[in-house]
Design a protein around this ligand. Structure first.
Ligand code: GBH
Length: 478
């Protein structure tokens, strides 16, 4: 058991994202996003739902803050809907004052309750107009400038925000949005799923553009706002833990490393080391864009902190064939059962997620070592529960499975700090059940139950009251 290793002011709390909770897609001048459009395409969302109502948080900020208070949270990570603030999205398009005011007031309300806001500028809900106008994330020249303008509008309006996340999980926007097509805008080479897209090239272009846009926004923050506002800014990357399927096979060991490079180092190596990983250059060749000197000057050194989203782990098996053109994993397969028969963890409602706290600990140290012990904020961590949606309310509220997940992962985090990682915060995903993207509402990640049939009423689950007391064991008292 780790001791009291976390700073006295360790920032723990809960996280959400705009499209997943807000609803009110047409209210007070909000423009449509690519997710509004994507949800309307039949077959894209499991239960044919959308974020049209979601948790109705646009009308219930006071309830959301009351929930945070009830958990004792010190911080809240939420994201801004770009198309609420700039409905058409572009740098020459008008700012929607009502949309901006909504977030400014929300930040004030959080601070009035002693809750520190951590603001994500982009959690996947690109203004639809930018996609229609010039191809959205694919258009480096236009999109980077529009994002920079949007970021500046927010930095200027919210000087009280001290923690900024430029992007949530660019891997997801790039791969799920432009390779598999599971997420908006749904591009893929698979013509049964989409009339447009090239899975072999587009994700790598989009990933590149994310890095340039991130670096540009960070430069703006550091030059124009940080000297007075004194905040921190970074990007949030997703990454699952890895174990070689056969630890005795050097090719599986190498494949496990490659999996981390294709998911995490794709973005983190340019930011911390100034270039893409060698394994990606070797497999992707000229499909991986090159940084111009001006671009890499923007990207390298652009993180004040490393934002880490983490949920699960996999066993990794190398492939013996040549990489396929649309491969994005690094020529390997992922699974939950090891060669010796070990199961990585119990099933959840999410096909991709099985709890494995050791994988979190090990990945925290992998990131720490590879990037010279950066300050890390864990910006998401949590689980769904198998069959939760079908349980009666009192069973849902007694979510011991999720509570145990948090105990295990928080202990693993404290152990990683004891072992040398520099971790200053943790946001559980999620404050409440919400729109789980392509999986709709059936999969719940909340520490609060949201009654979608009963007027979006919220009920705290057991796990909401476990996160704080678990952290208390590891936080220094002075
Ligand atoms: C987070 O991503 C998101 O930031 C958050 O919005 C979401 O609600 C939360 O997870 C729970 O899902 O096999 O191709 O379908 C977590 C990282 C990476 C997890 C992609 C799901 C599925 C890949 N995600 N992964 S695929």
């Amino acid at each position: 058991m780790p001791g009291q290793v976390l700073d006295k002011d360790f920032l723990w709390g809960f996280a959400t994202a705009s499209y997943q909770i807000e609803g009110a897609p047409e209210e007070d001048g909000r423009g449509p996003s690519i997710w509004d459009k994507f949800c309307k395409i039949p077959g894209k969302i499991a239960d044919a739902s959308s974020g049209d109502v979601a948790c109705d948080s646009y009308h219930r900020t006071a309830e959301d803050i009351a929930l945070l208070k009830a958990t004792g949270a010190r911080a809240y990570r939420f994201s801004i809907s770009w198309s609420r603030v700039i409905p058409l999205g572009g740098r020459n398009d008008p700012v929607n004052q009502k949309g901006l005011d909504f977030y400014v007031k929300f930040v004030d309300d959080l601070l009035a309750e002693g809750i520190t806001p951590m603001v994500t500028l982009f959690h996947w809900d690109l203004p639809e107009e930018l996609d229609a106008r010039y191809g959205g994330l694919l258009n480096k020249e236009e999109w980077v400038q529009d994002y920079a303008n949007y970021a500046r509008v927010l930095f200027k309006a919210m000087p009280k925000v001290k923690y900024w996340v430029t992007f949530n999980e660019p891997w997801c926007s790039s791969i799920l949005g432009y390779s598999t097509g599971l997420f908006a805008p749904g591009h893929t080479s698979d013509r049964t799923k989409s009339p447009i897209g090239d899975s072999s090239t587009e994700p790598w272009l989009v990933g590149h553009n994310f890095l340039i846009a991130h670096g540009t926004a960070v430069k703006i923050y550091r030059e124009e706002f940080k000297p007075t506002d004194k905040g921190q800014i970074g990007i949030t990357l997703n990454g699952d833990g890895v174990y070689p399927w056969d630890p005795e096979d050097p090719l599986d060991v190498a494949a496990a490393e490659r999996k981390l490079e294709f998911s995490i180092a794709w973005f983190a190596d340019p930011i911390y080391h100034g270039h893409y990983p060698a394994s990606m250059k070797a497999q992707l060749g000229s499909r991986l864009p090159e940084f111009t000197p001006a671009e890499i000057a923007l990207v390298q050194g652009s993180n004040d902190f490393y934002g880490m989203n983490h949920y699960t782990a996999n066993y990794i098996t190398h492939k013996t064939t040549e990489p396929e053109p649309n491969d994005f994993l690094g020529n390997l397969t992922t699974g939950f059962i090891a060669k010796n028969g070990d199961n990585i963890g119990p099933e959840t409602q999410s096909f991709w997620l099985r709890p494995n706290p050791q994988g979190f600990h090990d990945l925290l140290l992998w990131i720490s070592r590879r990037y010279n012990f950066p300050t890390i904020y864990c910006t998401e961590n949590g689980t769904s529960v198998k069959g939760e949606n079908d349980l009666p309310l009192e069973k849902i509220l007694d979510d011991e499975f999720r509570a145990e997940y948090f105990r295990g992962y928080i202990t693993a985090l404290a152990q990683a700090v004891e072992d040398g990682a520099d971790i200053k915060g943790y946001m559980a995903w999620s404050l409440m059940d919400n729109f789980e993207w392509a999986e709709g509402y059936e999969t719940r990640f909340g520490s609060t139950f949201v009654d979608y049939e009963g007027g979006q009423k919220r009920y705290l689950k057991k796990s909401a009251k476990v996160v704080g007391p678990t952290f208390e064991k590891f936080i220094k008292k002075e």
